[in-house]
Unconditional design. Structure first.
Length: 246
């Protein structure tokens, strides 16, 4: 992936990693369009950061179709970033967790699949097309208090691998971005010293994108303890440490 001169559409991007990634891409000379459910927040970001926003609810297929029509009528998008997602705790002993699980699957997994399905035929006609999916270190080692989130990220990892293989002869580059725990408002981690500072995460991520333009995965050092746990025969140790109390 080239890191300048793109027109990038991002599902999500109004906070946390998504917003900071949008800013970093903008600063490198890309046109970036973010999306989200809250028009007031999109307007605020447009006024303060100069980043265009489009209303989008990835849980609604009609909203995805409308956002696609809107953004492609104004811009020659060549990069899709599927950033939108939620992370909620669940108690699997309580059947009341089911609505949370269903919403998480709808947004994290189906939202990704629907966005990719909508944009792929269009991207096939573009120059230097790229799809960036966003999984997590928890795709490899689950956090037990967020079981469906972890499961959706594992599914996105698998889906991205299949997508890459199916699109291998099309010219569309498929990249999986794999964050560790990062200090954002997701799960109230903004002050968690065990999580990676947001600026440090984006610094390393952008460096990897620039230094490895043909990369299939963007793996910062902090996420490798999770991603490499099974391969290095450390899975039992890592899942125990990740899910230890206190």
């Amino acid at each position: 992936m080239r890191t300048t001169g793109n027109t990038i559409f991002m599902t999500g991007g109004t906070s946390g990693i998504g917003l900071e990634l949008a800013r970093r891409f903008r600063d490198l000379g890309n046109t970036v369009i973010i999306s989200g459910r809250r028009q007031d927040l999109l307007d605020k970001i447009a006024a303060e950061d100069g980043i265009e926003g489009i209303a989008l609810d990835v849980a609604d297929p009609d909203s995805i179709a409308a956002a696609f029509a809107q953004v492609t009528s104004k811009h020659d998008v060549n990069v899709l970033v599927t950033m939108a997602g939620i992370m909620q705790p669940e108690d699997l002993r309580d059947p009341g967790h089911l609505p949370t699980a269903e919403q998480t699957i709808e947004i994290n997994l189906l939202g990704t699949i629907r966005a990719v399905a909508t944009f792929t035929p269009y991207l096939l006609k573009q120059s230097d097309p790229v799809i960036l999916t966003v999984s997590s270190g928890l795709a490899s080692v689950p956090l037990s208090i967020t079981p469906t989130y972890s499961a959706t990220k594992a599914a996105i990892h698998s889906y991205t691998q299949s997508l890459r293989i199916q699109l291998a002869d099309t010219g569309i580059q498929v990249i999986e971005v794999v964050p560790p725990a990062v200090r954002t408002t997701l799960m109230n981690q903004e002050n968690d010293e065990r999580s990676m500072p947001l600026d440090e995460y984006l610094d390393e991520t952008m460096t990897l994108l620039q230094q490895q333009p043909d990369a299939d995965e963007i793996l910062v050092d902090r996420v490798r303890i999770l991603r490499d746990a099974e391969r290095e025969n450390r899975y039992d140790q890592v899942i125990g440490l990740l899910n230890s109390v206190g």
